[in-house]
Design a protein around this ligand. Structure first.
Ligand code: 13P
Length: 257
């Protein structure tokens, strides 16, 4: 059977960078240089405080999809400092990054919490971008697939991926984030293929074939074309390189549908 074509998704994760004014400026710079019909979907995830201005700036265009970097799973409540899914939906957010390794490692997010967040995203028609990835010691000891498989199952089995919603996963080896190091392309393809097989086991082959699996971790304008050409890589989740509009554009242009 022919490999299904999935439209690539290139998403910038701005992390804790760019306040509202800087975020709007970067969006304006991107809108000015993007080709009229890019071969990829493009998304950006600003900080919470910049989401309002960025969503308003993008309301009149479909060129860039607004995203968020995190959320709580409850709709409201006494949860000081948290942001609820319906609040993101109201602001115009379309995708939400969940279970990023920085959230897991620095803020103690567990597989169980990430699973609840994925289920909450579906309830509110937000597209979850479920992040998975191994630590360096786990790769060194041959535990990569075991770790990634556990994270995929925990992320998807709480609420179950719906048949009518988009699903995005991001494979981000923790040791590749912000380090300038990446796995080899065969290593990336191996994990992406494994993730797709796990999604198929949970949600069926049709869902797995439609699921976009992004690579993240030191993706840059020099290495993006080689990574994005892999059969089971359907886009990128880009950190540092997404803060430079020209570099981010180069990455976008290196994705071919
Ligand atoms: P870098 O591209 O800076 O390595 O970050 C990757 C990442 O964590 C995206 O979510």
């Amino acid at each position: 059977m022919a490999t299904p074509r999935r439209r690539p998704l290139i998403m910038g994760n701005w992390k804790m960078n760019l306040g509202p004014a800087e975020a709007e400026k970067l969006v304006d710079e991107l809108l000015a240089i993007l080709p009229p019909e890019p071969q990829a979907d493009i998304a950006v995830a600003p900080t919470f405080i910049a989401i309002g201005p960025v969503c308003r700036r993008l309301a009149a265009t479909r060129a860039i999809l607004p995203g968020a970097q995190n959320m709580h799973w409850e709709d409201h409540g006494a949860l000081t400092g948290e942001i609820a899914p319906p609040m993101l939906a109201e602001a115009g957010v379309r995708l939400v990054i969940l279970g990023h390794s920085e959230r897991r490692a620095i803020f103690g997010e567990t597989d169980d919490m990430v699973g609840r967040k994925v289920a909450a995203a579906y309830r509110h028609k937000l597209i979850p971008v479920l992040c998975v990835g191994e630590q360096e010691t786990e790769r060194d000891t041959g535990a990569t697939l075991e770790v990634v498989g556990r994270q995929v199952r925990a992320g998807l089995e709480a609420g179950g991926p719906p048949s009518d919603g988009d699903l995005v996963l991001a494979y981000e080896p923790v040791w590749a984030i912000g380090t300038g190091r990446t796995p080899t392309t065969p290593e990336i393809q191996e994990v992406h293929r494994f993730i797709r097989d796990e999604v198929a086991a949970i949600a069926g082959q049709a869902t797995a074939d439609a699921t976009r699996i992004l690579y993240g971790g030191s993706m840059n304008p020099k290495n993006s074309a080689g990574i994005l050409a892999l059969p089971d890589v359907d886009g990128g989740l880009v950190g540092g390189a997404a803060l430079d509009p020209a570099g981010f554009l180069t990455i976008i242009l290196s994705a071919t549908a």
